[in-house]
Write a protein that binds this ligand. Structure first.
Ligand code: ADP
Length: 599
């Protein structure tokens, strides 16, 4: 670089704390890479400003470009832009005065904190992040103004700077970083490209590394949804999340009023319930990456979502606490929830077949959301689906209408309770399968919302379905049979004898609805439920020929056979309730052999 015999300006960078730069370096070390984003962001701003001026003053269009060049020999990384540039006065005004007061106070307050992004943005220190990677920084700039003198600014990380005239011919700014020893890794194209892909992959201005264009200036979310095909959405999903399974469906957000928001949110296919929290929505501000951690922008129940949202009104450097408190963020969150409810409703109405398929993956979140958010509940309650025991899907209204009832019969385990389910179906009642860990809470919640509709477990429903015209047996006869059973089983359990509508079941064990739910919820909370009182009753089916037989055997004095059969009937009742323990299974097999031997 030649310096002509023109005026050289030297001076002090105006900060209140003399050693601010070393402190910046130290604090920001953990997020050293962000210097690149900060410098690109400044370059981008400068280009936008120049384009605005060109438009206003009819100077023709300026195609913006940011180019990064690496010089291994000189150990420099140079970031060049063709933005509006700066002259000597501007440099002194914008660069030399780190614009904040009370620097010392600020230093003390943040010394222990690593919230680097926040500090940088807050105090307009973006440019100075260059010193995180460089011992010396130079600015070569030429203002867009016609008679402007190009200048060179140099600073070695202290508070001293030097401005000399430069021969730079083109309008724009080069930021030249003389990399420090630890930062020589930034001389590698690969790393620089990776970082740009992370932060600035979707910047609306072209970015080149050594002349090679590496960004996508038009991410899918800026396009008009009507111009985008399903294939485009799927490809874009892979760009954001390489090697992911195809998403189920997506929502394209495109809001101009009352606030600005664009983005695409995908419902991913979940591998397991463990994927609950694997969602990831990248937050952008005018196509510049801000954070991966946009949990604050989405309500918790949508933490499965993946995608990108662009909120131009969110500052580039945000802290989590900022996001949590901000009223604007709350509005965005509400809007997203509303859009999701609308999307689900439209799928339900226009593409029920697929909606039913997706339901398997998304229902825990929808249910959780309904319990968390009343507005969401109101919007989706009529499209909430339930799986029936015969593998169809139904809404609550459809179910009640078909079954002409206000009672919903459900099974929590389709395999184990198969006999009960089938008995219920024979009585003309459809059984819903509610076997997800969230379902007990969910039915509890639904009952609280609409107390007219009661949810009843399949065994309880069966035990209530009694034949009306059954002859009433004398009380003493019943008492004899129950005490015989208590003796045969060797325990003092509650026993009732009822003329059930079905003949196929000899006995069943029922448990009051509340106690069933309490148990299931405490299992979900991983609690110890051995202490919970159980409220089980053994129902003996008066209409079952086996019960009649046991009664007859007992009365005839054949206690041995009656006892064997009574125990066997109890085994069967247990089997339909939950899987047997090893010990129970052993006893059951032994008894089966004995019973078979009697034939
Ligand atoms: P901020 O960007 O938050 O204002 P910076 O320290 O990053 O703080 O930059 C200070 C100012 O320097 C900018 O506002 C801008 O006026 C000027 N500036 C920085 N980089 C460039 C550039 N590449 N081209 C033109 N002006 C720039």
């Amino acid at each position: 670089m030649t310096t002509k015999n023109q005026e050289t300006i030297t001076g002090d960078i105006s900060v209140h704390t003399g050693n601010i730069l070393p402190i910046i370096k130290k604090w920001l070390y953990s997020e050293q890479d962000i210097f690149l984003r900060e410098l690109i962001s400044n370059a981008h701003d400068a280009i936008l400003k120049r384009q605005k001026i060109a438009l206003k003053e009819n100077l023709g269009t300026v195609e913006g470009c940011i180019n990064i060049t690496l010089n291994a020999e000189k150990k420099t990384l140079t970031l060049s832009d063709n933005g509006l540039g700066m002259d000597s006065d501007e440099i002194q005004k914008y660069i030399n005065q780190i614009a904040f007061s009370g620097a010392e106070e600020f230093v003390k307050k943040y010394e222990d904190k690593k919230d680097a992004g926040n500090i940088i943005g807050h105090f307009g220190l973006g440019f100075y992040s260059a010193f995180m990677a460089a011992d010396q920084v130079e600015i070569e700039s030429r203002s867009y103004r016609e008679d402007a003198q190009a200048i060179n600014w140099k600073c070695d990380g202290g508070t001293k700077f030097e401005i000399t005239p430069s021969e730079k011919q083109t309008v724009g700014t080069d930021i030249i970083l003389h990399l420090n020893t630890e930062s020589e890794k930034y001389l590698k194209n690969d790393l620089v490209e990776t970082l740009i892909k992370k932060y600035d992959n979707f910047l609306p201005v072209e970015i080149q590394v050594e002349g090679k264009k590496i960004n996508d200036q038009n991410p899918l979310w800026v396009k008009n949804p009507t111009d985008v095909t399903d294939e485009d959405y799927k490809v874009f999903y892979q760009t954001l999340f390489p090697f992911s399974q195809e998403p189920l469906f997506w929502i394209h957000l495109n809001v101009d009023f009352p606030f600005n928001l664009k983005g695409i949110l995908y419902f991913p296919k979940l591998q397991s319930e463990m994927d609950f929290n694997k969602g990831q929505v990248k937050l952008f501000c005018r196509q510049v990456f801000v954070t991966d951690n946009s949990k604050e922008v989405l309500p918790e129940f949508l933490s499965l979502l993946k995608g990108a949202i662009d909120c131009p009104d969110i500052p580039l450097n945000v802290s989590r606490s900022y996001l949590q408190q901000d009223a604007y963020v709350q509005k965005i969150s509400k809007h997203i929830v509303k859009k999701i409810a609308e999307k689900l409703t439209s799928l339900f109405k226009n593409d029920r077949e697929n909606f039913e398929k997706y339901w398997e993956d998304i229902h825990p979140f929808i249910k959780y959301g309904m319990m968390q958010d009343t507005e969401f509940y109101e919007k989706v309650k009529d499209i909430t689906l339930f799986k029936t025991a015969s593998n169809t899907m139904t809404t609550l209204a459809e179910y009640l209408e078909r079954n002409k009832t206000e009672k919903v019969v459900y099974a929590s385990d389709k395999q184990t309770q198969a006999a009960y389910i089938s008995a219920c179906q024979q009585q003309g009642l459809e059984v819903l399968i509610l076997d997800n860990y969230i379902d007990t809470h969910f039915i509890q919640f639904l009952e609280s919302k609409d107390s007219k509709i009661k949810y009843q477990a399949v065994d309880n429903s069966l035990s209530e379905a009694i034949e009306e015209k059954a002859e009433v047996t004398p009380k003493e006869t019943d008492e004899k049979l129950t005490s015989f059973f208590k003796e045969a089983l060797g325990k003092d359990l509650k026993i009732e004898i009822k003329p059930l509508k079905t003949q196929e079941l000899s006995a069943l064990i029922v448990e009051a609805e509340f106690s069933k739910r309490l148990k299931s919820m405490s299992v979900m909370m991983k609690g110890d439920f051995s202490q919970l009182p159980t409220d089980e009753t053994l129902i003996l089916n008066q209409n079952s020929p086996i019960i009649t037989k046991i009664d007859a055997l007992a009365q005839a004095g054949n206690t041995e056979d009656a006892t064997l059969l009574a125990q066997y009937v109890y085994d069967l009742a247990l089997l339909s309730q939950k899987p047997l323990t090893g010990e129970q299974m052993q006893a059951f097999i032994a008894r089966s052999n004995k019973v078979l031997g009697k034939l």
